[in-house]
Design a protein around this ligand. Structure first.
Ligand SMILES: [Zn+2]
Length: 334
């Protein structure tokens, strides 16, 4: 509520003080003038030569002036165009009763304002609480979503690991697996295809691969993944680890070849002409198995690892010369 300056108890209190001061002034000055004039008169009686009358007359004029100070001031202000403050609400209201009433009224208004402020604060607090609750709700929803996404991701990861376990720690879907390129010893591998040197030099000096048992390292990686996967699937499938069944020197190949030709040793098993077999380049392995189920698993799964049983057409039909001899899927001569 708008209050003019003169409707405020504080302003009116100040004006009241001025009013009181003027009243005291109006009483005190004449009293002093009268006392001073009486003193002068007394001296006049003692010394008649002292011309004091004009002085007294001046004081009397001053006395009259002081009585009319407010009126004169008011007239002066009127001339200046200012309102008559001595008849204004400011002046008339500047009395203890009105001030008390105003103070009371102001107190009531202040209390009302305080109450309104409290109400407003309460409302703001309620709105703030609502906003916070809404935020909290959204936060919880997001948390829940994140939790669900995390669980889903973990489940996918678990499945992926399981699949990887089945494949011996190698993801066969990995586009680089079975598409390797590089060189090991005298064998080149380009996009997963093995290129061996021409000529009958297999098993001679310098033909060993750099992997364990003299295997070509790219072939060994496939074998390792394959045998690990067999193990993870509960099968016993082991790669060859001796000269007879892994990288084979040409002298040993000559022995097996003689056995094959003469049919008098090594069960008369098929053997490549010395210097031509893939064992001599570290590109063949003779596996050993636990039982027939292991053999079936190996034949069913070898292709996923870039391997094939090159002297076995069909394990189930029995059209199979060696169910243990395994090589990379594709070997070419450079
Ligand atoms: Zn073999």
């Amino acid at each position: 509520m708008y209050l003019s300056v003169c409707d405020k108890s504080s302003t009116l209190s100040v004006i009241l003080m001025i009013k009181n001061a003027i009243t005291i002034f109006k009483l005190l000055i004449p009293a002093i003038l009268v006392i001073v004039s009486a003193y002068d008169l007394f001296h006049t009686v003692i010394d008649l030569r002292n011309k004091v009358y004009p002085k007294i007359i001046k004081r009397m004029i001053a006395l009259v002036c002081i009585f009319f100070v407010p009126t004169i001031l008011s007239l002066f202000l009127d001339l200046l165009g200012t309102s008559d403050i001595f008849s204004s609400s400011c002046w008339t209201n500047a009395n203890p009763t009105t001030i008390a009433v105003l103070k009371n009224q102001e107190q009531v208004e202040a209390d009302a304002e305080e109450a309104a402020k409290k109400k407003e604060n309460k409302k703001a607090a309620e709105e703030r609480k609502k906003r916070e609750e809404a935020r909290e709700k959204i936060r919880k929803q997001n948390e829940k979503k994140a939790e669900e996404a995390k669980k889903k991701k973990e489940e996918e990861e678990r499945k992926r690991r399981q699949q990887q376990g089945n494949n011996g720690g190698v993801t066969v879907d990995d586009p680089t697996f079975l598409h390797e390129s590089g060189t090991d010893g005298q064998v080149d591998v380009i996009n997963g295809i093995f290129y061996k040197p021409a000529g009958n030099r297999a098993g001679t000096a310098g033909t060993k691969g750099s992997a364990p048992y003299g295997y070509n390292k790219f072939f060994y990686n496939r074998l390792k993944a394959f045998t690990d996967a067999a193990k993870a699937a509960g099968h016993t499938v082991n790669m060859g680890t001796t000269e007879d069944v892994a990288w084979r020197p040409i002298e040993r190949q000559q022995y097996f070849y003689n056995c094959y030709i003469n049919q008098n040793c090594n069960n008369g098993n098929l053997a490549a002409v010395p210097g031509t077999g893939n064992h001599g380049w570290g590109l063949a392995s003779d596996l050993n198995f636990g039982n027939y189920n292991d053999i079936l698993w190996a034949h069913d799964n070898c292709s996923r690892f870039g391997l094939r049983f090159s002297v076995c057409n069909n394990i189930r039909s029995g059209d199979c010369t060696e169910n243990w001899h395994i090589e990379p899927t594709t070997i070419k001569t450079k």
